[in-house]
Write a protein that binds this ligand. Structure first.
Ligand code: 5AD
Ligand code: FES
Length: 346
């Protein structure tokens, strides 16, 4: 039996086996086998459903300096903004009217948004929209602060681990940050009872089949309810400006692998994937993804949440994106649904 067949039979493998599996990407029959299995599992857990989440990029101030990111604090060219609570609530209002039942508050690690400001905001959103799930994506905080977010009503938390390999982590992040702290945060989020999302970029500088194998081992151990992966895309104001972008086909391969590893996972077809390939998101769904996250941020600031170059949909009203996505998803053979779309209890 080949490595792919063995993986499908029992996806809990060793580092060496994962690296071998990832090395088979060039083999069309392996790609097909994994994709077919991924679609099968996706169908079993979710049918044809694709969940939609409204992304609100509420601040691009960030105290971190991750070397790959366009809004890292060291980028003096980034034009900074933060939305007021009123503006954030207006985004939710627009989203709710369009049918969204999950809001994702994403931002840099902005010290302005203290625990008190965050819990106020969470409380207000959950009071106005009790039928909606609230997801946070605001970086590393203490156990107590995460707990306070949960107590205030937040349901889910996204924190990509970025890479599970220590030396790869060091290549991408300054001394002040650490992989062990990132992992501790993810464990704390799980302990507190958040539906938790981890993830990484595909093709980030220094990534190898071995570091990706570590990522799979980590996902197998953590068992996150959500996994966000998208291709690395160089940003012109970073040290990685001249590095090649990650590969779309490797991203698709990994989406299938992750669907098989964590069959009931919520797995977005990301904006980064749609940025590198005009049909990237459709291809992502066909590889095993089941979530899309269009932007609800005000058009006036859309371009300023500039993580990487050439990001799509920065000039489109949320209503436009919803229509466009609905059409595209239908055409790809799936069905856009507006439910909260919580992680299934397994
Ligand atoms: N290319 C692709 N993704 C990026 N992110 C940050 N910078 C880039 C980039 N240059 C991703 C990180 C982060 C998420 C919000 O965006 O993985 O966790
Ligand atoms: Fe934004 Fe198509 S999804 S314009």
């Amino acid at each position: 039996m080949g490595i792919a067949e063995r993986f499908i039979k029992n996806p809990h493998m060793s580092r060496e086996e994962y690296a071998e599996l990832l090395g088979m990407e060039g083999d069309a029959s392996v790609r097909e086998l994994l994709q077919t299995e991924a679609l099968h599992l996706r169908e079993r857990y979710f049918g044809k459903k694709v969940y939609i989440r409204g992304l609100i990029e509420f601040t691009n101030y960030c105290k971190n300096d991750c070397y790959y990111c366009g809004i890292r604090c060291g980028n003096r060219n980034a034009k900074r903004y933060r939305l007021t609570a009123e503006e954030i609530l207006e985004c939710c209002e627009t989203g709710h009217r369009l049918g969204f039942r999950t809001f994702v508050l994403q931002g840099g690690e902005d010290p302005f948004f203290t625990q008190e400001r965050m819990t106020d905001l969470i409380g207000q959103i959950k009071k106005r929209y009790p039928d909606c799930a609230l997801t946070l994506s605001v970086g590393e905080k203490s156990f107590e602060e995460y707990q306070a977010y949960k107590d205030a009503g937040a349901d889910r938390f996204l924190l990509r681990h970025e890479t599970a390999d220590e030396s790869h982590y060091r290549l991408l992040h300054p001394e002040k940050m650490s992989l062990s702290h990132r992992m501790e945060c993810l464990c704390n989020l799980k302990k507190i009872g958040f539906q938790t999302g981890a993830g990484f970029m595909v093709g980030s500088p220094g990534q190898t089949l071995e570091t990706l194998a570590e990522d799979l081992l980590f996902l197998d151990r953590l068992k996150p309810e959500m996994v966000g992966i998208g291709p690395f895309i160089p940003h012109h104001d970073t040290r990685f400006a001249d590095q090649p972008a990650g590969s779309v086909s490797r991203t698709l391969y990994l989406l299938s692998v992750i669907r098989i590893l964590l069959p009931s996972v919520l797995l977005p077809a990301t904006t980064a994937l749609g940025t590198l390939d005009p049909f990237g998101r459709e291809k992502g769904l066909a590889a095993g993804a089941n979530v899309v996250m269009p932007n609800l941020s005000p058009l006036s600031h859309r371009k300023e949440y500039d993580l990487y170059d050439n990001k799509i949909c920065t000039g489109d009203e949320a209503a436009e994106c919803v229509k466009c996505l609905g059409r595209r998803i239908h055409k790809a053979g799936f069905e856009l649904v507006y439910e909260r779309g919580d992680a299934p209890e397994i």
